[in-house]
Every structure is written in C-alpha cells, then in structure tokens.
Design a protein around this ligand. Structure first.
Ligand SMILES: Nc1ncnc2c1ncn2[C@@H]1O[C@H](COP(=O)(O)OP(=O)(O)O)[C@@H](O)[C@H]1O
Length: 174
C-alpha cells in the first residue's frame, strides 16, 4: 500500500499545471513529474509532429518508463495535459485546473502558439474536454475541478491540496 499519494494535475496547456506542481512540490515534498520532459528524455514517442510542434507520444513506452520510475509506489505529482491513460490503481487524486478563455488566450499568445494550436486549446478549454476525460476515467469523488486565473487562486488551491494530503495520510495511519 502507498504511504504517499499520487496526484495528477491536468488541464489545457497554459492553465497553470507547472506553476501549481512546483508550489505543491516545494510545500509537500511530493515529486514533480513533468510528463513532457519524460517523453522527451526517455524517448517515449514516435517522432516529432511539425504541425503541432510536439512529440507524438507513445503511451505504451510512456507507461513502461513510469513503471520503471516506481510511480505505483506513490509520492508523485503527475503534470500533464492528458490524464486518462494512467491506471486507476496508480492514482489517488485528479486535479483539473480551469481558466477563463480571455486569460488563457493571453497566456498562450505569450507562448507564441500558432493560430491553429491557440484556437484548438481555447476550444478544448471552453468545451471542458479534459474535465470530461478525467470524469470518465476516474471515480467521481477523486476528481476535483479548481480555477487558476490568479496568483491568489494558486495559493488557495495549493493550501487545499495540502489539507487533502494531511487528511489522506491521517486516514491511513489511523
Ligand atoms: N493561477 C495563475 N495566476 C496567474 N498566472 C498564472 C496562473 N497559473 C499559471 N500562470 C502563468 O501562466 C503561464 C502558464 O503557466 P504554466 O504553469 O506553465 O501552465 P501549464 O503547465 O498548464 O502549461 C505562466 O506564465 C504562469 O506564470
């Protein structure tokens, strides 16, 4: 049994996953796993997609790499825009970050996304694509939607996750 939980932090690109994970990792000691980086470093992909400027992820290779990293033993913050490929048995909490369209537009423009990629991500956020995926893949009670428009929200979200973590540990030590 895990003595530390695994938490997925997911959402549309630009929603604030890295920002949240870094702060949660700093305050709780959970390990930040940036999946994009793992895909690149461990070559869990089938090449580069020029149109999207991103790796074509090979999910089997990725899951193998993560299993080698002992994710199932717990203590990880899984930072990625997709969440539904991880086995349910690995995951204790799924945080889906949400953001207002105009704020997301500004953040992605700053990242110099192409018009097409920008529009697709805005559509995805408006249509709640990642929230639906999370709800389909995991039990309702472990999926939590949090907003990430402001720095104050980062602070309150992180505080909330810290309390959840304390409770999770209490529940397991009796
Ligand atoms: N809640 C927030 N309030 C203000 N700025 C934020 C917030 N979340 C993220 N940002 C800013 O938005 C940009 C994208 O955040 P990032 O954490 O890299 O998103 P993601 O990892 O989801 O792609 C960064 O410049 C970050 O500082």
């Amino acid at each position: 049994m895990r003595t530390s939980p695994n938490i997925i932090v997911t959402g549309t690109p630009g929603v604030g996953k890295t920002t949240h994970c870094e702060e949660i990792a700093r305050r709780t000691g959970l390990k930040h796993l940036a999946i994009n980086q793992i895909v690149k470093d461990r070559e869990c992909h089938d090449g580069w997609d020029e149109e999207y400027s991103s790796w074509i992820v090979n999910e089997d290779k990725l899951l193998d790499a993560l299993e080698d990293d002992t994710i199932p033993e717990g203590g990880y913050l899984i930072d990625w825009h997709a969440c539904d490929l991880f086995p349910e048995s690995w995951i204790d909490l799924v945080i889906v970050l949400r953001v207002d369209s105009s704020t997301l537009y500004d953040r992605l423009t700053e990242r110099k996304y192409s018009e097409k990629k920008l529009q697709e991500n805005l559509d995805s956020e408006i249509m709640e694509v990642l929230l639906s995926e999370a709800r389909e893949a995991y039990a309702e009670e472990i999926v939590v939607e949090l907003t990430s428009n402001t720095a104050d929200e980062v602070e309150s979200n992180v505080a909330r996750i810290e309390s959840w973590l304390e409770q999770w540990k209490k529940d397991r030590t009796g």
